[in-house]
Design a protein around this ligand. Structure first.
Ligand code: GLY
Ligand code: MN
Ligand code: MN
Length: 538
């Protein structure tokens, strides 16, 4: 990679005396930097007028206003701050590829690597006079492109156009998102306006950008912290609860919860994006099967599987939605095996848990457990079929009106029954299924389902009553992913089971009258998996 030393930097006061040079400036010691006025004048001049970026409204733009209006309705009178997040250092002076925070992506429609340091703010306005008749007006504060006569243009390795390419102008941002755009330098004053007791409450989505959070904290401190006490005397229980609820609505935690819960039910555009992510992921699984011979021939065959899938994800989407799990043989019993440095052996199973994240940042999350040489052995098939039956039982109850927790319960009934049948449970299946038992969970310690969307574990800050205890509604998307994992050193199972790990994971859309398996095009039944592998391998 190109040496990222800015071409202009401070000259050490006493060159040759390292102790006199600030550590932060040492990065410039590795290259020769032109510093002359002649160079500066030459590099900042003689450029053709910038061609306009080819900016079109984002595909999500027609949907994001409704998402912001739904958030607005939950926080009357509050100023809501949703940072995209900063660039993150990978090592020394190199950054990870940028990915915006999912709440920012959801509310602006931005995806891919857009837009570091941007901050979406929903400003409270007179009720009903805001965007689309809501109580808020949205403004995106961004760092626009620097002019060519600035040092940033050619000398700033992190933000400069010479180094990382042209950023969108304020007009480009508005064209893409439909949101008013302003310079990020205006953020501080905009956030501080009217904040304080009796005035505007300032709330920030925590966890996205520490600098923005510190700014919000400083503004709050300057304005005088709002006293919120729900412990006043003489209130009825109802008044007390209402007051405590109102106080909670004025906390950052309530905003984090809200942006998470807002995504529990996907809109039409989100469902379309999920379909694209699933389709790209299925194509990636096919690519892996075509390359299985290469995997078995390599000393780190799991890496062949990982890189085959990940290359596909970069080519067809933004990237992977999470680190690919390519787990052969006993590695499949490690739930999040992402080291992927093992051998892939004929006769064993390989568990591939992977998802393509498309440019809008929605990701699939699919697992198949494949026989490396194309055919399951008897014991592998027995375990596989039990997991498949558990998945099918979960699908049968994943319908509107059911509770999210029912999906897991249905899968566990099958798993416990099979383990009892095989003589592995130390108690009956019924005893194991009781809250006091749960012995069957030794072989499946994870849950059966999680919401899926912009985050692979989407809606993670939603309240329990809307998540685990929540009622399924059309538009919800989640995984069904039972498994059975028998570790190689598990003395509680007969030897033939040891070292076998099976997970089958599909992505499910709840529909008006049931559900749709979005990943149904990827074979699940053992005989279908075998036929599909045979076809792909020729
Ligand atoms: N790949 C992580 C999960 O299945 O939840
Ligand atoms: Mn999953
Ligand atoms: Mn998964």
């Amino acid at each position: 990679m190109t040496d990222a030393t800015p071409v202009i930097s401070e000259t050490p006061e006493h060159a040759g005396a390292p102790e006199a040079q600030d550590l932060a400036a040492r990065g410039s010691n590795r290259s020769q930097r032109p510093d002359s006025d002649a160079f500066k004048a030459f590099i900042t001049s003689g450029w053709a007028p910038r061609a306009a970026l080819d900016v079109e409204p984002l595909p999500a733009a027609p949907y994001t206003a409704a998402r912001r209006a739904a958030l607005s309705a939950r926080f009357p009178g509050a100023r809501l701050v949703v940072p995209a997040g900063p660039l993150k250092t990978r090592s020394n002076d190199t950054d990870y590829r940028f990915r915006p925070h999912s709440a920012f992506a959801h509310l602006t429609g931005y995806g891919t690597d857009q837009e570091p340091d941007a901050v979406l703010v929903l400003h409270p306005v007179e009720p009903g006079t805001g965007d689309d008749g809501s109580d808020h007006h949205a403004v995106l504060y961004v760092r626009p492109l620097a002019a060519r006569d600035t040092e940033e243009f050619y000398a700033d390795a992190r933000y400069g156009e010479f180094w990382v390419g042209a950023r969108p102008s304020l007009d480009d941002v508005t064209t893409a998102t439909g949101i008013e755009a302003r310079h990020v330098d205006e953020l501080r004053d905009a956030l501080a306006k009217d904040v304080g007791p009796g005035g505007v409450t300032l709330l920030v989505v925590a966890g996205a950008d520490e600098a923005v959070e510190a700014l919000v904290e400083a503004i709050r401190a300057e304005a005088g912290a709002e006293e919120e006490s729900a412990e006043e005397q003489g209130l009825t229980d109802e008044e007390w609860v209402a007051r405590a609820e109102a106080a909670y609505r004025r906390t950052d935690a309530a905003l984090v919860e809200a942006v998470s819960e807002l995504r529990l039910v996907k809109d039409a555009h989100e469902v379309e994006q999920m379909r694209e992510a699933v389709a790209a992921t299925i194509a990636g699984f096919e690519e892996v099967v075509r390359n299985l011979a290469r995997a078995t021939a390599h000393r780190r065959g799991e890496r062949v599987i990982e890189t085959t899938f990940d290359a596909h994800a970069r080519l067809e989407g933004n990237t992977v939605g999470y680190e690919t799990i390519a787990a052969a043989g006993e590695h499949a019993t490690t739930l999040h095996w992402i080291r992927n440095d093992g051998v892939v052996r004929a006769g064993e199973l390989v568990l591939l848990d992977a998802g393509v994240e498309v440019d809008s940042l929605y990701t699939a999350d699919i697992t198949r457990t494949l026989p490396v040489d194309g055919e399951y052995t008897d014991v592998q098939r027995r375990v596989y079929q039990a997991v498949l039956d558990a998945a099918d039982a979960a699908f049968a109850v994943a319908v509107p009106g059911a509770r999210f927790r029912d999906v897991h319960a249905a899968a566990m009934e099958v798993i416990a029954a099979r383990l009892e049948e095989w003589g592995l449970l130390p108690v009956t299946a019924a005893e194991s299924l009781s809250p006091e038992g749960q012995q069957h969970r030794r072989w499946m310690v994870h849950g059966t389902s999680h919401h899926l969307g912009l985050d692979v574990h989407d809606c993670a800050q939603a309240r329990r009553e809307l998540y685990l205890d929540g009622v399924l509604e059309p538009g919800m998307v989640f995984t069904i992913e039972p498994g059975l994992y028998f570790k190689a050193d598990d003395l509680a199972v007969p030897e033939e089971y040891r070292g076998i790990g099976v997970r089958i994971e599909d992505d499910v859309l709840v529909t008006a009258d049931g559900n749709e398996n979005l990943s149904a095009a990827l074979p699940r039944r053992p005989e279908d998996v075998e036929a599909w592998m045979a076809r792909l391998r020729g």
